[in-house]
Ligand binder design. Structure first.
Ligand SMILES: [Zn+2]
Length: 105
């Protein structure tokens, strides 16, 4: 399930979170993960920190979606490594793609 979306699509149907901008205001949206597709077998809090880390990284290096770090085949930096997790300071976070290392880190 995509972790990115725009427009009229709905959470838990076509996305678990997304980021976008309104002028120079950059924002991300993380709906409550009330479905298996967005929980991914995790506790609610872990699913939320995972989605938040995904969208935060993408909001930093592709703040205007599609105009920054963006791969025409795979999408944004978090999309390539979607659903690959690790723990940082006790929080569940998603790995992100590294061109330099050629893998999710
Ligand atoms: Zn994404």
């Amino acid at each position: 399930m995509s972790l990115r979306s725009w427009g009229a699509s709905r959470s838990c149907q076509s996305y678990c979170g997304y980021h976008n901008h309104a002028g120079s205001l950059y924002y991300a949206v993380m709906p409550y993960p009330s479905c298996d597709g967005c929980l991914g077998g995790m506790a609610v809090f872990d699913a939320l920190t995972c989605t938040s880390s995904h969208e935060l990284c993408e909001a930093i290096n592709d703040p205007v979606p599609g105009s920054g770090w963006y791969d025409d085949t795979h999408g944004e930096i978090g999309d390539i490594s979607a659903w690959n997790f690790t723990h940082v300071a006790g929080y569940n976070v998603q790995l992100e793609w590294s061109n330099q290392q050629g893998k999710c880190v």
